[in-house]
Design a protein around this ligand. Structure first.
Ligand code: DHB
Length: 490
């Protein structure tokens, strides 16, 4: 039998452990998930009723600065509270689908189960929400809001810090939230796609730690399992060069209702940016599938260009094989049902130019990205030495070097101190002109060269958009999560 003093010392030890574990961080009690605080919701999908417990507007940091946005919605299939399974997943094994609704780097509310149309106009009419589809396939859904560029508190890196804090909340509460927080799969489109790639690339990296600490993020890691990104607007400090390398010969533009022709200054800027791109590409030391270094010469020609073209040709081939009439595209050389090659200049005429040079770091500080890189006191700043040099306003200033670094996933993939996600799925439409094709190609190739698993494609004729292939997205997600087969052992 336990002696009295032994019992007392064990009790004191237990009390000590309890207080130590709960007093870590700022006020972690507020960050404890309460399973009893839900609202039952249901929706129909393809004749099936999806029933969930909805936990909405959970503030996910203990020192929030903006509770309109630093909130998360969590939706859990009702089955998981009754020992049930969906698609082979259970309350223990279900992956966590983590979509964000960030667009244009502006503040974003979390996605909702009800009345949650996805971002952007999608060709083909009404689009089913990824939240609903994920739940129907047995995923637990958690969607976090995030601050954005229009407020002084929302400048870079606020948005990605917020999403990382939400991941920490999910991991800290893994024991009480059904689903497996070691299987978080993020999803986003455009600026939201950028956020998704940042979540995947930068897991646990110390650069973000002071920001997370200041917010009172939960005491947990923030690395995630997998990334889904549609047309991520990333690598911003190199994207101006990439855009002009691709579209230098296209001198007319159509951008958000405005159209025109590049003037002499714009043409000069385009030329200089185009000429600077090869040095950047060559410095990455990336290899093609055969292990050959991907390069460009001073004219911007070389095997890297052929490599980019190969993804466009593969896209056209896939469309052709699926029965799309691609014969009308004069820039494709097709023989015996096979796409032989793509005429690059012809392709760019079909694509058209959207943005004027520099496409991202606007000389007059007028782009969304200029505002993203502002500070609490300066609304808009430059993030490339090039734009700062040519800025007409001599009072223009440069963003902080660390701030710029922290918004670019390319800096963190496989880097020391980062736990980069193993699995990636990246899609960028073959008719998307918001950024150069080379930007997602460089991302995918960096991932591949560093040993990460990347599923990458440029879907044919697809403009800037996301969530258009949800069945394929979740087929991929299921394949990496390997749910135990429902027929296991039978
Ligand atoms: C988005 C689109 C852009 O062209 C851009 O520069 C930044 C963000 C967006 O759709 O999120």
């Amino acid at each position: 039998m336990m002696k009295h003093h032994e019992f007392l010392s064990k009790l004191l030890f237990a009390i000590g452990v309890f207080f130590l574990s709960t007093s870590y961080g700022q006020s972690p009690v507020a960050l404890r998930f309460d399973p009893s605080k839900f609202v039952a919701q249901s929706q129909e999908l393809n004749g099936k009723t999806i029933k969930v417990r909805a936990y909405e507007k959970i503030v996910y940091v203990s020192n929030p600065v903006d509770t309109a946005y630093q909130v998360m919605n969590i939706y859990i299939p009702e089955e998981y509270f009754n020992g049930g399974s969906i698609n082979g997943y259970t309350a223990q094994t279900a992956p966590l689908f983590f979509p964000n609704k960030v667009g244009g780097y502006t503040p974003a509310l979390p996605a909702t189960f009800k009345n949650s149309p996805q971002r952007g106009p999608m060709p083909g009419g009404n689009q089913i929400s990824s939240v609903l589809v994920a739940l129907s396939k047995g995923y637990v859904v958690a969607s976090a809001g995030a601050r954005g560029r229009i407020s002084p508190q929302g400048k870079a890196p606020a948005g990605i810090v917020d999403l990382k804090a939400a991941v920490r909340y999910l991991k800290a509460n893994d024991a009480t939230i059904p689903g497996d927080a070691n299987k978080i799969i993020s999803n986003g489109t455009s600026a939201g796609g950028a956020m998704s790639t940042l979540l995947g690339a930068t897991g646990n990296h110390p650069d973000y730690e002071p920001y997370l600490k200041a917010l009172g993020a939960a005491n947990a890691t923030d690395n995630i399992f997998a990334v889904s990104a549609y047309c991520p607007i990333i690598n911003l400090e190199n994207a101006d060069m990439a855009y002009e390398w691709q579209l230098n010969k296209i001198h007319t533009f159509k951008f958000r209702g405005k159209e025109g022709t590049l003037d002499a200054v714009a043409l000069k800027v385009s030329e200089e940016l185009k000429n600077a791109f090869p040095k950047y590409v060559n410095g990455l030391n990336l290899k093609d599938n055969a292990g050959k270094k991907l390069e460009l010469n001073a004219q911007g020609e070389g095997n890297f260009k052929e490599y980019v073209k190969s993804f466009l040709a593969a896209s056209a081939q896939k469309a052709l094989t699926a029965g799309v009439d691609v014969s009308k595209y004069g820039f494709l050389q097709i023989k015996d049902g096979q796409v032989q090659s793509v005429d690059y200049d012809g392709y760019m005429q079909y694509l058209e130019r959207m943005k004027t040079p520099p496409a991202f770091d606007a000389l007059d500080n007028s782009s969304p990205e200029n505002q993203l890189f502002g500070s609490a006191t300066v609304d808009k700043r430059h993030f490339t030495p090039f734009a700062l040099h040519y800025a007409p306003n001599t009072l223009s200033s440069m963003a902080d070097a660390l701030q710029i670094k922290m918004m670019n996933p390319m800096n963190y993939i496989g880097a020391k101190g980062a736990k980069t996600a193993t699995y990636w799925r990246v899609r960028h439409g073959a008719k998307d002109k918001d950024t150069s094709f080379s930007i997602p190609v460089l991302l995918a190739t960096t991932l591949k060269n560093k040993g990460f698993k990347i599923n990458f494609a440029l879907p044919w004729d697809r403009p800037h958009s996301g969530d258009y292939d949800l069945d394929e997205l979740f087929e991929w997600a299921d394949s990496i999560c390997s749910p135990p087969s429902p027929h296991w052992g039978s």
